[in-house]
Design a protein. Structure first.
Length: 290
């Protein structure tokens, strides 16, 4: 009976993953955030890998870390390897009889733009299972297991994006505030993601708003929107997110002067080889609603 020799044992996969993320981002802290661990854990993984390989992969300085010549040489190979592993994992998941569709979206989009469309998607395709993850930054669709992402982007920031809408902004408030409203003295409401909206709009339109930075800030645009509906002040509305509130009369335009921010609401898909078998049905419906 032939004896099958054991393959040489390599370093742990977690250590390889830690190196790839740290090398790509050139930061232990950012790698830790991406992988959901501590910076100390990343450092330990890197040290273990350097001990195993017998070479230094990073140079440590007081200001932070930087890749050594060896680390720089390996970075691209490791990134390609993990991209391939991610693609294979996605393909494996898509072999399920009815694989779930995973959507990544900016919180404001997940809360204000997607729900109505997901309702129509369920009506038309009741057998489809869709999950949504709200996140502040677009994921890497080459690496993370999302079937599509919906974010605001600056063309051509996204790779092969499907443009859903231009990002147009204008001030809005509750109906009770409209009459006699003075933009130079009224409370201005701000979303932390778009803190420069008021300044951008005022400079583009020439409409004075007093101090454009005054007023409360909210970490969720949906919360700022509810505050505006309740009469707390005037919010800079992103039209594609507040259409329902405008149509229902819950919010009124303070000014008809809308400006484009230079960004677009865009949908991005992974490479064709990694796409969900029914993703075209989802994209078609999302585009029909615009």
């Amino acid at each position: 009976m032939a004896v099958v020799p054991r393959r040489p044992k390599g370093p742990p996969l977690n250590a390889l993953r830690a190196f790839e993320a740290a090398a790509r981002l050139e930061s232990f802290v950012l790698a830790a955030e991406e992988l959901g661990v501590t910076a100390g854990a990343i450092s330990q993984h890197i040290k273990a890998l350097e001990t195993w390989a017998g070479t230094s992969l990073f140079e440590r300085r007081a200001q932070g870390v930087s890749l050594s010549a060896s680390g720089r040489k390996l970075r691209e190979e490791f990134t390609q390897a993990f991209d391939l592993l991610s693609a294979a994992t996605q393909s494996l998941r898509n072999l399920a009889p009815n694989p779930e569709i995973h959507i990544a979206a900016l919180p404001a989009i997940a809360q204000l733009w997607l729900p109505e469309r997901l309702g129509k998607l369920r009506e038309k395709y009741p057998d489809l299972n869709v999950s949504v993850t709200a996140m502040e930054s677009p994921p890497s669709l080459a690496r993370e297991l999302f079937d599509l992402s919906v974010f605001f982007s600056v063309p051509p920031e996204a790779k092969n994006p499907i443009v859903l809408a231009q990002d147009t902004i204008l001030p809005v408030c509750a109906p009770a505030l409209v009459d006699g409203l003075d933009l130079e003295s009224v409370q201005l409401l701000h979303d932390q993601t778009w803190q420069d909206d008021w300044l951008m709009w005022s400079e583009a339109t020439g409409v004075a708003v007093g101090d454009p930075a005054r007023g409360p800030r909210y970490s969720l645009y949906a919360l700022a929107l509810e505050e505006a509906k309740s009469g707390a002040g005037v919010l800079m509305g992103h039209v594609c997110l507040i259409e329902k509130a405008l149509q229902s009369g819950a919010l009124k335009r303070v000014s008809s002067q809308g400006i484009r921010t230079g960004k677009v609401l865009s949908l991005e898909l992974p490479h064709k080889s990694r796409r969900h078998p029914r993703i075209d049905e989802v994209v078609r419906l999302l585009r029909e609603e615009e």
